[in-house]
Design a protein around this ligand. Structure first.
Ligand SMILES: C[S@@+](CC[C@H](N)C(=O)[O-])C[C@H]1O[C@@H](n2cnc3c(N)ncnc32)[C@H](O)[C@@H]1O
Length: 329
């Protein structure tokens, strides 16, 4: 299967109507996700730091505006590294770290692949060909239910690995190494009925989370998770999934891959100075009250921000919960 790296927004709307609107949704604010970067401000008012990413801003003649970091020009890459610490992780490192998680879960090594050293000194991996077997006390269903989160996910290379985010090299389905890719491999190996496959895959998506500050990277991450679903369905059943099924997955993604300032648990830059005016008979006094959480960058003060705390979905009870409330658990 040909893996196309830069997912074009125009192609999404042409092939899968309504899906892009779902991928642009911010489930906390019930608006769209916003740019949260000034990299696009030169394009006009709709591209300002605080502007929502509108359907019209990234489709039609604007369909090429959002592109993966690897295709962004070098000057822009550098400024994003300086301003937002944007440095993406090569796939072999994501693989090594994801392997460490699985080594501990399975209680053995080389479950999904074996890491190898290449002649040029870089590293890679060789995928195991045999069907994965599970430890005595665990099942494949336990594996897809185990929840994983990629913090500050960028284009989400730890979750899905359609391409190496540092080189742009595409990776075919059998050799992918992301945390979600691994769940999908397990499902592909254990389920053959289409209905059961879709149910299991929905469970897998509900147990994969990621958050990111910058709106463009966040959209790329969401698109990558969605196209990964379509590619896996097509790989397994040799036909495309229905639009309804794609919509369900897009809805889950719009909750689970969300926009947040990870240091504060709020929508980026949503904390504000409050202006308190007190009127006496002689004068009006104005006091500027800073956000208590922001006054000191202290994670212990994470509950004292006055910004908009981000909600995520607890799929077990189908209720939104505040992300920061999970930190107490
Ligand atoms: C070093 S990159 C890592 C991206 C990806 N996880 C990877 O390994 O390739 C860091 C990412 O964190 C994001 N970021 C920086 N500060 C953040 C914050 N306070 N909250 C959420 N994301 C943030 C940046 O936009 C950038 O995409």
């Amino acid at each position: 299967m040909q893996v196309v790296i830069d997912i074009l927004e125009n192609e999404i709307i042409e092939k899968y109507p309504d899906i892009l609107e779902i991928l642009l949704r911010d489930q906390t604010t019930q608006k769209n996700i916003f740019w949260a970067t000034d990299n696009y401000e030169h394009l006009g008012d709709s591209y300002k730091f605080n502007s929502e990413i509108l359907f019209s801003s990234i489709t039609g003649e604007n369909g090429n505006i959002i592109m993966p970091r690897v295709y962004k020009d070098k000057v822009l890459q550098l400024s994003r590294s300086k301003e937002m610490a944007e440095v993406f992780t090569p796939s072999w490192i994501c693989n090594a770290q994801n392997n460490a998680v699985d080594n501990s879960w399975f209680g053995r090594e080389n479950v999904f692949n074996k890491e190898i050293l290449l002649e040029n000194g870089t590293k890679s991996w060789e995928t195991t060909k045999e069907k994965i077997f599970f430890p005595k006390d665990k099942t494949w269903q336990d594996y897809i239910l185990d929840t994983r989160l990629e913090i500050t996910c960028g284009e989400a290379p730890y979750l899905v690995s359609r391409y190496d985010t540092t080189t742009g090299e595409s990776i075919n389905i059998e050799n992918r190494i992301g945390l979600l890719d691994r769940k999908l491999r397990v499902i592909n190996e254990n389920v053959n009925s289409e209905k059961e496959w879709i149910n299991a895959v929905e469970v897998a998506y509900k147990n994969i989370y990621g958050f990111e500050w910058q709106g463009d990277s966040l959209l790329l991450a969401r698109e990558a998770l969605l196209i990964t679903f379509i590619e896996n369905f097509t790989y397994k059943f040799e036909t495309e999934p229905t639009l309804e099924t794609i919509k369900n997955i897009a809805h889950i993604i719009s909750w689970n891959i969300w926009q947040m300032d990870g240091l504060k648990g709020v929508i980026p830059n949503s904390c504000k100075d409050e202006i308190i005016e007190t009127a006496t008979i002689f004068e009006t006094q104005t006091e500027i009250r800073k956000c208590k959480g922001c006054e000191k960058q202290d994670l212990k003060k994470i509950k004292f921000h006055n910004g908009i705390y981000c909600n995520i979905m607890d799929w077990g009870i189908e209720q939104p919960i505040r992300f920061i409330d999970l930190l107490e658990k």
